[in-house]
Design a binder for this molecule. Structure first.
Ligand code: HEM
Length: 495
């Protein structure tokens, strides 16, 4: 039998030598032996005795900290929930806090040179184009049409069929992920993966995309990054899976780009067709669009899942949403354009309040380029990861008042209108230069879906909704056990 090349004694010796060098380098570079209470609790995972999620433990520490900043030395990570620091990192001293090489190497294989994963000129170029394209009225209308069509032709029929089946159960999180994937693929590529068809089919593309984002996120969780780098070098385990998933995404993306070129880009209303007018490099086009898929899929699904999870224990909020819609749009009338949706201030307040407590992106990190001092006096050494933590910020009394843990849409309303929060106090869509370009579209999408479902159904959770829910580790907040519900027709609608 032939011996695989990597079992050759010299290769094995060389591998262990490399491993030894990596380990020495790792111990020199990190404070892995830090003895402080927080680092010990982190390393021994003893925090999990009292907290359901790592983000809840961080929140507890941040709430207690006088500066609202803490350090996890073993991760070389400074974490802050202080709005002054957040403004400083994202705006005032933006150039000193890029995403950095560590982040781009973690997501590099999956996202390539896409906007999410680059700094400097490449980021500036894509950001300018994205703002220009997403700001155009035709593309916004196109987005609204896609969302409406997906709701009417797939989402409502699917949930009606569950409701008609009596005590059938559906995982609302799974439904929203499928919904959001169909929408963002149509919007970005002009491609319909049909994930939300009645039979809930598994699309190869969606599976590969899921797998690539999950496995890339796992790299970010590693205390010792050299381990995934070695696994990648040897094409082993999760790194082998990641490679296969990315290969499938690339094949599909290339095919879509070729098809688009064949048909002609002038007729296409999707984002890819718009970008193809300026960019000709196929790999770059693939990277640009894949970043949009990542940005616009899990975030939207996460926001919808938590919103309906919160709503299941706040039925009065659902009734208030209905009342407002009847007044603004008309009882029994569907919204005909995004302007009508925009005027639903109470609904917007309810969604923003839900994202305050359950942000789709719970934390976000940058890397400090040169030694610096944050506005709260915290010294940050060059190379340190600096994380701002929207999940914790939503629970800080000094920011939101003594009722910060309560779900109160009213806190967003003033004189009958919606009153936005300072983006550094509420960085759910990030503030400063790297703000989310999809924010307006996302808000219209969330409101349109939420309204359609509230008017037609009521959801009862299969298990009691005990806060906080347990989250899976990953780039976007995902409920560990999904959100399984019974679906009832809204009594008001059935009368
Ligand atoms: C509830 C929904 C959404 C939330 C909470 C959200 C949140 C965010 C956040 C926190 C960032 C900063 C990420 C970082 O730099 O690491 C971001 C960036 C971005 N988002 Fe969103 N997003 C949402 C929906 C969307 C949608 C629907 C799109 C696309 C149509 C989109 C496109 C983008 C893009 C392109 C960026 C990169 C901006 C840059 O790097 O300058 N987002 N988003």
């Amino acid at each position: 039998m032939e011996i695989p090349f990597f079992v050759h004694p010299f290769i094995v010796l060389f591998f262990f030598f490399l491993l030894f060098l990596f380990v020495i380098f790792f111990f020199l570079k990190t404070n892995f032996l830090c003895n402080c209470e927080i680092c010990q609790a982190y390393l021994a995972t003893s925090w999990s005795e009292n907290f359901c999620n790592l983000c809840d433990w961080y929140t507890h520490l941040l709430r207690k900290s006088p500066t609202k900043t803490i350090h996890i030395h073993v991760l070389r990570n400074t974490i802050t929930a202080n709005p002054d620091n957040v403004e400083y990192i994202l705006k005032t001293n933006f150039e000193n806090y890029p995403k950095g090489k560590s982040f781009s190497s973690i997501l590099g294989d999956f996202l390539g040179r896409g906007i999410f994963n680059v700094d400097g000129d490449s980021w500036r170029f894509q950001k300018k184009m994205a703002i220009l394209e997403l700001g155009k009225q035709p593309i916004r209308s196109y987005c609204f049409e896609i969302v409406r069509h997906e709701i009417d032709s797939r989402l409502l029929p699917l949930l009606s069929s569950v409701s008609a089946a009596g005590d059938a159960v559906v995982d609302l999180q799974d439904v929203f992920r499928r919904f959001a994937f169909d929408c963002i693929c149509k919007f970005s590529f002009g491609l319909d993966p049909m994930c939300l068809e009645l039979s809930l089919p598994m699309s190869d593309f969606a599976v590969a995309f899921d797998s690539a984002s999950k496995l890339s996120a796992q790299r970010a969780m590693a205390v010792a990054p050299f381990i995934w780098k070695i696994k990648r070098m040897l094409n082993l385990g999760s790194e082998r899976e990641l490679k296969q998933a990315i290969k499938l995404i690339n094949i599909l993306a290339q095919e879509v780009i070729r098809q688009r070129r064949k048909i002609g880009i002038s007729a296409g209303r999707d984002l890819l067709s718009q970008f193809m007018r300026t960019v000709s490099d196929e790999t770059y086009l693939r990277d640009i669009v894949v970043s949009f898929l990542l940005a616009g899929r899990d975030t939207v699904a996460s926001a919808l899942t938590s919103f309906f999870w919160v709503l299941s224990t706040h039925p009065a909020v659902a009734s208030a949403v209905e009342l407002e819609a009847d007044r603004v749009i008309g009882a029994g009338c569907d919204p005909i354009n995004s302007d009508q949706i925009r005027k639903l201030y109470y609904l917007q307040a309810a969604i923003f309040e839900s994202m305050r407590l359950y942000p789709p992106i719970q934390f976000d990190s940058k890397f400090c380029k040169n030694d610096d001092v944050l506005p709260d006096g915290t010294f940050v050494r060059r190379g340190t990861r600096v994380t701002y933590h929207p999940y914790a910020m939503g629970r800080v009394e000094e920011i939101w008042g003594s009722d910060c843990l309560e779900f109160k849409p009213e806190r967003w309303l003033k004189d009958g209108g919606f009153c936005p929060a300072n983006p550094f106090k509420y960085p759910i869509f990030q503030g400063g230069f790297r703000f989310c370009v999809g924010k307006e579209m996302a808000v219209i999408e969330l409101k349109t879906v939420a309204l359609s479902l509230i008017r037609q159904f009521r959801f009862r959770s299969v298990t009691p909704c005990v806060a906080p829910p347990r989250f899976s580790p990953g780039l976007t907040a995902t409920f560990f056990d999904g959100f399984r519900v019974y679906v009832d027709e809204n009594e008001k609608k059935s009368k």
